[in-house]
Design a protein around this ligand. Structure first.
Ligand code: PLP
Ligand code: COI
Length: 339
């Protein structure tokens, strides 16, 4: 069966695919879990996810290779990060093995929705874990639902791998240092909506947050991590902060920059007043992939990176990363999991 989708026109939008995975936790244990054709969840009005935001999610992709196979990129990392998010919100989680197996089941069942090789599109998976059941006090749920649903997606930022303008939104904080910024939980994204609206309404791709203490050091983008490359091309820097999401793409880029491009990599504080030392910068994440940062506007001043076009090292990192993800470039051990 072939599906009628214009793969080249895909953006980042929900689609109701034939199958999703669903498992339920009750009385201290997960059930067997199964694929379901129903995209609706029916939950109690007392569910802690609804009132107190007790829930976590993940974002990962399945890639079609040149020979038609399908593969996942470091799904064990998403499984582990969901365990960490769950622990933060006092939720049970699935083992890494069960999480990865569920992801494979969803991809295989929706096989014809995995975009063809060469379109640049991918199948985005959204694992979600929520606290449900009858509850009204501020305490952990007594029941949980874990699902993975999927949809074919194209670029998250308009145009994909094109230089994009970002704006510092230091009238807003994304997360506090000892709060939930490291966890992939809904509240961080609810808290980012105003800053995102501000950025989009002013013609920018997204907002960049500064640290919540001094409003001086770059944290991350609302939907991606940040990296920058020094003018001598020798060093790739990325923010060190307790309140940013530990991006799997970012850690992959750090490895590739070091191991394959021979660069020095460093996680450090990046002062918003110190952008002059960099020739290139980028936003990185599963949805964002690597989006070159053309400029950052801070207090009405626009700082351009290089001449505003995609820098050569950003391009090489993009080619290496996406080459691995789509199976054209040899992957470091354990990064690729066939479906
Ligand atoms: N930072 C935020 C706030 C995100 O939502 C994401 C997306 O998952 C990332 C960073 C990038 O993380 P990853 O590379 O694991 O997708
Ligand atoms: C991802 O890259 O997977 C994300 O979750 C980013 C965004 C869509 C929230």
């Amino acid at each position: 069966m072939t599906v009628d989708i214009n793969w080249d026109e895909l953006g980042f939008n929900y689609m109701d695919l034939p199958y999703r995975y669903i498992a339920r936790w009750k009385d201290g244990a997960w059930d067997e879990g199964q694929l379901s054709t129903n995209n609706q969840l029916t939950i109690s009005e007392g569910s802690p996810i609804l009132h107190y935001g007790q829930g976590a999610f993940e974002g990962m992709k399945a890639y079609r290779t040149k020979d038609g196979q399908i593969q996942l990129f470091r799904p064990d990392r998403n499984a582990k990060r969901m365990q960490d998010s769950a622990e933060k919100l006092l939720m049970p989680s699935l083992s890494v093995e069960r999480f990865v197996d569920a992801a494979k089941q969803v991809v295989a069942a929706n096989n014809e929705y995995v975009p063809p090789y060469g379109t640049g599109a991918t199948l985005y998976l959204r694992p979600t874990l929520i606290g449900v059941g009858d509850n009204i006090g501020v305490s952990p749920a007594t029941e949980y639902i874990f699902t993975i649903f999927a949809m074919p997606v194209g670029p998250y930022f308009k145009g994909g791998m094109v230089p994009t303008r970002f704006i510092v939104a230091d009238q807003f904080d994304r997360a506090a240092h000892f709060g939930t910024g490291q966890s992939k939980v809904g509240g961080n994204y609810a808290a980012s909506l105003q800053a995102g609206k501000f950025a989009h309404e002013n013609g920018y791709g997204d907002a960049i947050y500064l640290d919540p203490i001094e409003h001086r050091y770059i944290e991350e983008v609302g939907s991606a991590n940040f990296f920058a490359i020094t003018k001598d091309g020798k060093q790739l820097q990325t923010p060190q902060s307790p309140s940013i999401l530990p991006s799997i793409t970012k850690y992959s880029i750090l490895d590739l920059a070091r191991e394959r491009l021979g660069m020095e990599t460093i996680e450090t504080q990046i002062d918003i007043h110190d952008l002059d030392q960099f020739a290139e910068a980028g936003a990185c994440g599963t949805a964002a992939v690597i989006t070159p940062i053309q400029s950052i506007t801070y207090h009405s001043q626009e700082h351009l990176f290089g001449d505003g076009t995609t820098g050569p090292l950003t391009q090489r990192l993009y080619d290496e990363l996406t080459g691995i993800q789509f199976g054209d470039v040899e992957a470091p051990e354990g990064w690729i999991v066939p479906v």
